[in-house]
Write a protein that binds this ligand. Structure first.
Ligand SMILES: NC(=O)c1ccc[n+]([C@@H]2O[C@H](COP(=O)([O-])OP(=O)(O)OC[C@H]3O[C@@H](n4cnc5c(N)ncnc54)[C@H](OP(=O)(O)O)[C@@H]3O)[C@@H](O)[C@H]2O)c1
Length: 297
């Protein structure tokens, strides 16, 4: 029996835990901040339910084979009390978060060789603790190598497609580049498509081009065609469509992953001597919007 503990059973964590719990060879425990009785996830394949063990007190946790972390990036340090009780010498830790800094955020909490950074493309939303809608088919990318391949194998009996990539750096930066545009609707609180004009396009283009330039300096391959299609997606963003989690978190008055999403472009741009004025201005404005912003640097 493979033992798995998932820290952070929100939209992503709850969906992943529910899928893994369908496999009888896994013993899944959920480490929650807010308790719930069971998981009910409406997936593209229908409703799946699970009743994993739900812990809310880290001292009740015991060592496991795999820890999966699906908190927001700014809650990385809050996982320490759980990790203190879940880690054994063999435990591997998968970080399922947006951004490109999985290793950096957890290097002081987990031996780096045992960290598996995970990029997930799986749009999901939580309506209440344990109640989640998975909107589309899920795809997971991890780095090639034994840890990444073993992690991907956990999903073999699920409807989530998981695979290991030799060029994981590009996988992560392509996702970040696609996500980078979300800062604009998060600021304007409306879709970009209906108000698209050359000035707005110049702002969106600046955000995306800066992200791609920094990503390339970090070693990612980001085709110019991907940059153009990301801008085109922004030009077609329909009124009423989801502006993504930054937008949703701002509307809800929650903290935002602004540092992991756009602040990182500015920070790593400075490291490489790449100017990132558009991201810097928009990050500064969003931080000044009054919405809570927790620096993860
Ligand atoms: N949602 C998506 O569609 C999507 C898609 C791709 C990637 N992502 C990325 O996936 C990551 C998770 O996003 P999400 O949308 O799943 O966020 P979320 O719904 O807010 O879930 C985060 C979960 O972490 C829990 N948490 C925070 N601190 C904790 C602690 N100390 N101990 C235990 N649990 C703790 C929260 O507890 P509470 O229940 O008390 O709030 C919540 O259940 C983010 O990096 C996000 O950018 C999300």
């Amino acid at each position: 029996m493979t033992t798995i503990a998932l820290i952070g059973p929100g939209a992503i964590g709850g969906t992943v835990a529910a899928w893994l719990a369908q496999d009888p060879s896994f013993d899944v425990t959920v480490c929650a901040r807010t308790p719930f009785a069971d998981l009910q996830v409406e997936t593209p394949q229908g409703l799946i339910t699970a009743t994993p063990k739900v812990l809310t007190n880290p001292t009740d946790a015991t060592p496991v084979d795999w820890v999966l972390i699906a908190t927001k990036t700014y809650d990385a340090d809050a996982t320490k009390p759980w990790l203190d009780h879940l880690l054994a010498d063999h435990t591997r830790v998968a970080i399922i978060q947006n951004g490109v800094e999985h290793q950096r955020l957890f290097a002081h909490l987990v031996p780096p060789a045992r960290i598996v950074p995970v990029i997930i493309n799986l749009p999901a939303a939580r309506s209440a603790p344990g109640r989640i809608v998975q909107h589309r088919h899920g795809i997971i990318s991890v780095p090639a190598g034994k840890n990444g391949e073993d992690f991907a194998a956990l999903f073999a009996k699920t409807e989530i497609e998981a695979s290991a990539h030799t060029d994981f750096v590009s996988e992560a930066w392509l996702k970040l580049t696609g996500n980078s545009i979300a800062i604009v609707p998060s600021l304007t609180l409306r879709a970009t498509g209906p108000v698209w004009n050359p000035d707005l396009e110049a702002i969106v283009r600046g955000v995306v081009e800066e992200c791609a330039a920094v990503g390339r300096a970090e070693g990612a391959t980001i085709p110019q065609s991907f940059v153009e299609s990301t801008i085109e997606t922004s030009s077609k963003m329909a009124e009423g469509s989801s502006g993504g989690s930054l937008h949703a978190d701002r509307l809800a008055g929650h903290p935002m992953e602004i540092d992991a999403r756009n602040g990182v472009i500015v920070r790593l741009g400075q490291k490489h001597g790449i100017p990132t004025p558009m991201n810097k201005v928009l990050v500064t404005l969003l931080a000044a919007s009054g919405a809570p912003w927790i620096e993860t640097a």
